[in-house]
Write a protein that binds this ligand. Structure first.
Ligand SMILES: C[S@@+](CC[C@H](N)C(=O)[O-])C[C@H]1O[C@@H](n2cnc3c(N)ncnc32)[C@H](O)[C@@H]1O
Length: 439
């Protein structure tokens, strides 16, 4: 029989290898492996521990690397298999999750012994982790956490684009486990009370994460859906859409589709990923909402009809969502932003052809990179002379004028919405702007 606690640690190491070496997205690997793959039989408690270890390892990777470098005098041995992931995940447990040292060290040494390439370093792992247990916390406290836990490429971009103070604020929030935000169909105050959460200024219900979402009250009856507070803003910028024909381009997993349908529009939800559209259908079914769901490439999709309004929530680097996706800094690069910006421009140009004269289009991206936000709208206006900006107003954002950038577009940062503690605070970094087609 496996040592108690071993499966969760083993799974955490496998996931870290999948992200850091194989460059797979954590959500994708987790989704696949929990649904039908190697994590299917992992008990719920182990899953929660595994997730906490992986998230903490990624959020605190910079600090942990400093600590490990202190104790690995000759650096990490070459060709040592999963040794690095074992040490990273063990240090996360010792320093940040405060799990007793003997359990963490024993299990880590066992994991090293299971791996043909790491096993000759089992004694090294033991020695390093003993020192991490004793001195690791003190070393990490001396480090500039926000800076070292942000990879250089992102830090430099954020300082250049938003200034050092803001970069530091973003990076500080990225180290905190984010809240769970729900968009409710109705009665937010009642749901906040039932779920022991609170209603925040966007009208979302915010909870501190606890256990499985599917087990929360209201899930089965479709009373709400999971959606970050900032992610709930772009769809609202389409204004009153009751009775209008609306296209939701790049719709999966469907949080914004649900908002549009709930607002009374007749919605076509388009996404190129058939697999992700299955999630859209399942979400709509659970919520008792109806939309037409279409699998198509939105850079070239040409339906017969044109639309009164369009929401284009473009695929992007996701750098505004690092709190929720701590793997992003290690999966994406500056080159990805260039490639994504090209795709976003093509999506916008096709979307522009699908709008009726007088119609409105909201473009959104959960990115902090101006190339994926402000520059996209500037590019669209330069290429498409029959489009004009329709500035976002603070009244549309619950009076939050600080979310309106240059009196024109929506721009939220992860450190917005500061409530009494970091755990209750924050929102995704989003950009959104609205343009209208001349009549
Ligand atoms: C940011 S997500 C959309 C999130 C969604 N709007 C929501 O609120 O739940 C971007 C989506 O774009 C889709 N996508 C990427 N390239 C596409 C393309 N060329 N045509 C259509 N969909 C695309 C991806 O499959 C992904 O589901």
């Amino acid at each position: 029989m496996a040592q108690a606690g071993l499966p969760a640690r083993r799974a955490a190491v496998e996931l870290l290898v999948a992200v850091l070496e194989k460059k797979h997205s954590l959500d994708e690997v987790l989704g696949r492996s929990l649904a039908s793959g190697w994590l299917l039989n992992l008990p719920q408690r182990d899953r929660a521990l595994m997730r906490a270890i992986v998230a903490t390892s990624l959020r605190r990777r910079g600090q942990i690397d400093h600590v490990l470098a202190n104790f690995l005098e000759r650096g990490l041995p070459e060709n040592s298999g999963t040794l690095y992931a074992i040490l990273l995940s063990a240090a996360a447990q010792l320093i940040f999750l405060k799990i007793p040292a003997h359990a963490v060290i024993d299990l880590s040494v066992t994991l090293a012994q299971y791996d043909t390439r790491a096993k000759r370093y089992d004694k090294l792992a033991n020695a390093v982790l003993r020192r991490v247990a004793k001195e690791g916390a003190e070393i990490t406290e001396r480090l500039d956490a926000a800076r070292v836990n942000t990879p250089d490429w992102l830090w430099q971009r954020w300082v250049t684009n938003w200034g050092e103070e803001r970069a530091r604020a973003i990076a500080s929030l990225n180290m905190v486990e984010p809240s769970l935000d729900l968009t409710v169909k109705s009665d937010p105050a009642i749901w906040a009370e039932r779920l022991e959460g609170r209603v925040i200024p966007t009208g979302s219900v915010r909870l501190l994460p606890k256990g499985r979402i599917e087990q929360l009250e209201g899930y089965d009856e479709g009373a709400w859906w999971v959606q970050d507070a900032a992610a709930s803003l772009p769809a609202r910028l389409l204004g009153d859409i009751a009775g209008l024909q609306v296209a939701d381009l790049c719709a999966a997993p469907g949080g914004k589709t649900a908002q549009l349908v709930q607002a009374g529009a007749s919605v076509i939800a388009v996404d190129q990923s058939e697999a992700r559209l299955r999630t859209v259908r399942a979400n709509l079914k659970r919520l008792g909402l109806e939309a037409t769901v279409v699998a198509a490439d939105a850079t070239s999709w040409k339906p017969d009809e044109r639309f009164d309004a369009i929401l284009l929530d473009a695929p992007c680097s996701g750098t505004g969502t690092v709190r929720r996706h701590p793997d992003i800094p290690y999966l994406k690069s500056a080159a990805d932003i260039v490639a994504l910006a090209g795709l976003q421009a093509r999506l916008l140009d096709n979307a522009a052809t699908l709008l009726k004269p007088g119609g409105r289009l909201v473009y959104a991206a959960c990115s902090l990179e101006p190339e994926e936000g402000e520059a996209q709208i500037a590019g669209l206006l330069a290429r498409q002379p029959d489009f004009t900006l329709d500035p976002v107003r603070p009244e549309e954002l619950f009076g939050h004028g600080e979310w309106v950038e240059n009196s024109v577009s929506l721009r939220t940062f992860p450190d917005a919405l500061r409530l009494e503690s970091p755990e209750w605070s924050g929102m995704d970094g989003f950009f959104a702007a609205r343009v209208v087609r001349r009549k």
